[in-house]
Design a protein around this ligand. Structure first.
Ligand code: NAD
Length: 475
């Protein structure tokens, strides 16, 4: 990477005046790049540039231009897909096959929103009193888009694509530890037909950059993805001025394995659900609930399967698990593993460091857990899963719903009607029956309870970036 300027404000690359930060490859602890982040003043300049573009450019009014620009960006991204995948793997440690999937989904998301916007029409109806009502969706204005480090580009595009296609202007802030793909994306945006100031990039931490965005009076909407504690602060700050806000937060998602489930498939889905991206996924199935009658058989197969999981260099095509994101995060996960043992749970497998360099942890499995334990209630966001037994559907549902979170859940059974009955009683925004993890760009994504407010993806994801206006005409 040869970037010398790391902020993109008002259509120009600008050298940061904030903190210098070394961006580290978690697989080998080598330096990828040193960036200089934005200062508070530069963050304010980015908001100003977005405001000016919203007020003075033709962007909010020209749907076709927005559609063309998003397709243009998707085309460029598609050409560079392999470079983006490699960069994402270097910065996050995720296996290269997963990074390729992220880039593919990123392109799909851009095209989906471009096509959705071109087919949307205002609602119009003659009312009972002879008047005519029209309902249209308008852009909100300046949107601050803040994302975490686990899917840096994909989660960014889940916001950037609907925000821009709706006619808003944006300031995008990636996580301070994963700015690489955001810089690369911005380079492509710079080559597309976006008016200056429509898209702005600022790098930095929550303080000062994130907080400046969230509290800025000229930001009309904050779309935030991250931890529930940070989300709480963001929500409180936005509430002061009734700023529009959507929050995609943490989870502690259950995967329910019924007694009639195919046991080999159940083990596969459990490992994939819990350890995909090293368990650093908001919807990770970090709690597996298994029917008592197959509990021991399930555990035996799970242990065999875990011996086969390939943990190693994320650039290797065969690798299934890479390192976790950072030394700090590795230590946090290890603390939870110690806590689990102190709480009386049994560490059946894993939880150990692997290799001389890189932040590797072997997949950890806890049994003999009870519902009140912190390892079962709190989001660990790493390769740690708890396994519980249940004896009835009612008990499974009660355990599954028994945390403050409600992001996702899974049910495995050969009886899909029974699984759907269970799904109807689960308090979660996404429920997979006989699969796990796949986000579908056409379907909403988001949380019940403390897992968030609002939805991304699908038409709902676009509505999150619009104000609704009703115009009633009497002749
Ligand atoms: P985090 O909350 O620490 O940070 C998220 C982002 O917010 C980062 O860009 C960070 O710099 C910024 N930030 C921090 N403090 C801020 C503040 N006061 N004001 C504004 N911005 C601030 O989360 P993280 O550790 O980067 O990511 C992990 C979390 O993200 C997990 O809890 C995970 O479940 C959640 N997540 C949720 C989803 C979802 O779709 N629901 C998806 C991915 C990750």
């Amino acid at each position: 990477m040869e970037y010398t300027k790391h902020q993109y404000i008002g259509g120009k690359w600008v050298a940061g005046k904030g903190t210098k930060r070394q961006i580290i490859n978690p697989a080998n602890e080598s330096l990828i790049v040193e960036v200089q982040e934005a200062s508070r003043e530069q963050t304010e300049e980015a908001v100003k540039a977005a405001r000016q573009a919203f007020e003075t450019s033709s962007w909010p009014a020209e749907v076709q231009r927005r559609v063309n620009s998003l397709h243009q960006l998707a085309d460029l991204l598609e050409i560079k897909a392999e470079q983006f995948a490699a960069a994402e793997t270097t910065n996050t440690g995720k296996p290269i096959r997963e990074s390729r999937l992220d880039i593919h989904d990123t392109v799909t998301c851009l095209r989906y929103y471009a096509d959705l916007a071109s087919s949307r029409k205002p609602w119009e109806k003659e009312m009972h009193d002879g008047t005519t009502s029209k309902v249209m969706e308008e852009p909100i204005g300046v949107c601050a888009l803040i994302v975490p480090w686990n899917f840096p580009l994909l989660l960014g595009i889940w916001k950037i694509a609907p925000a821009l296609i709706a006619g808003n202007t944006v300031v995008f802030k990636p996580s301070e530890i994963t700015p690489v793909s955001a810089l690369m994306l911005t380079e492509l945006i710079d080559q597309c037909d976006f008016p200056a100031g429509v898209f702005n990039l600022v790098l930095g931490t929550g303080q000062p950059v994130g907080e400046t965005l969230v509290s800025h009076p000229d930001v009309d909407k904050v779309s935030f993805t991250g931890g529930s504690e940070t989300g709480r602060k963001v929500n409180e700050q936005c509430a002061r001025s009734f700023k529009r806000v959507s929050l995609e937060l943490g989870g502690k998602s259950p995967l329910i394995v019924l007694e009639d489930a195919d046991i080999e498939a159940a083990v596969e889905w459990s490992v994939f659900g819990a350890f995909f991206n090293q368990g650093q996924v908001c919807v990770a199935s970090s709690r597996v609930l298994v029917h008592q009658s197959i509990y021991h058989r399930f555990l035996d197969r799970l242990l065999i399967k875990l011996q086969q999981v390939k943990l190693g260099d994320p650039r290797d095509e065969e690798t299934e698990m890479g390192p976790v994101i950072s030394a700090v995060h590795q230590a946090k996960i290890e603390k939870y593993i110690e806590l689990g043992k102190e709480e009386g749970a049994v560490l059946l497998h894993g939880g150990e460091r692997q290799g001389e360099t890189g932040y590797y942890l072997t997949p950890a499995v806890f049994t003999e857990v009870s519902q009140h334990m912190r390892i079962l209630q709190e989001e660990i966001f790493g390769p740690v899963v708890t396994i519980q037994a249940f004896t009835s559907d009612n008990e499974a549902i009660e355990l599954a719903n028994g945390t403050v979170y409600g992001l996702a859940a899974g049910v495995l059974s050969q009886d899909t009607e029974r699984a759907e009955r269970i799904a109807s009683r689960l308090k979660a925004g996404t429920i997979w029956i006989n699969s796990y993890h796949t986000p579908y760009v056409e379907a909403p994504w988001g949380g019940y309870k403390q897992s968030g407010i609002g939805r991304e993806l699908g038409p709902q994801g676009l509505s999150g970036f619009t104000e609704v206006k009703h115009v009633n005409v009497s002749n």
